[in-house]
Design a protein around this ligand. Structure first.
Ligand code: G3P
Length: 214
């Protein structure tokens, strides 16, 4: 499973990169608005810290504008992937961009059919938002499972990024389904490492080691 970090915070990205487990980063306009750094500088810095795919979202709404914006975002660095929300104009843009070699992550996916259409249009990644579905009492992980089955049925190579992750159990479930990628907020990533029995065990080993004659 590939691990992406869902943030635009440079401190968090540097820290997670130092753990040696970070494969990429996903951003969105909300995450970027929380950082007090100029947009282009911020994205270029992220692409320098993490060599893997860095998703940056287009905010245009018409296909020709999305294509133009996506091309300029993609020029920022070789590892920029352009995030495009699923909609008719988005599909037209995804087709055009994939033919021009620009990698697209289709975002705001809430149904397996949206994922299927994005893949058919040429998206490199699709991002089902599971937490936001859970929030309205729809099991978000069902969406990931159905999308994976459909992609598998037709040999579709588009990768599934499980997004809008709220807690470690989401990551466990994504792993059991066999999702390609999870994009996790930094506080969730920190929780994945922790276990109280590990802490207790380490403390006991250190205490006992202090008694050893050396
Ligand atoms: O990056 C997209 C997604 O992960 C957003 O998550 O928590 O705003 O639903 P959230």
């Amino acid at each position: 499973m590939k691990f992406f970090l869902d943030t635009a915070n440079l401190g968090q990205i540097k820290e997670a990169a130092s753990w040696g487990i970070l494969d990429g980063v996903t951003t969105n306009p909300t995450l970027i608005s929380k950082e007090n750094v100029k947009f282009e500088e911020l994205i270029k810095e992220i692409t320098r810290i993490v060599p893997g795919p860095i998703s940056v979202e287009s905010v245009s709404t018409k296909a020709k504008d999305i294509v133009k914006e996506a091309e300029s975002l993609a020029k920022m660095a070789d590892n920029v992937v352009v995030k495009i929300p699923i909609c008719v104009e988005g599909l037209k843009a995804i087709r055009e961009l994939s033919q021009r070699g620009v990698q697209v992550n289709t975002t705001l996916i809430f149904s397996p059919l949206q994922a299927l259409l994005a893949a058919k249009a040429g998206a490199r990644y699709v991002s089902p938002f599971i937490g936001r579905l859970d929030d309205i009492a729809h099991p978000g992980m069902d969406l990931v499972e159905q999308t994976m089955i459909m992609f598998d049925n037709y040999g579709i190579e588009t990768e599934v990024i499980v997004a809008s992750i709220r807690h470690p159990l989401h990551v466990v479930e994504a792993g059991l389904i066999g999702a390609d990628i999870v994009t996790v907020p930094f506080p969730v990533l920190e929780k994945l490492v922790k276990h109280p029995l590990t802490d207790i065990g380490m403390e006991r080993f250190l205490k006992d080691w202090a008694k050893v004659k050396r």
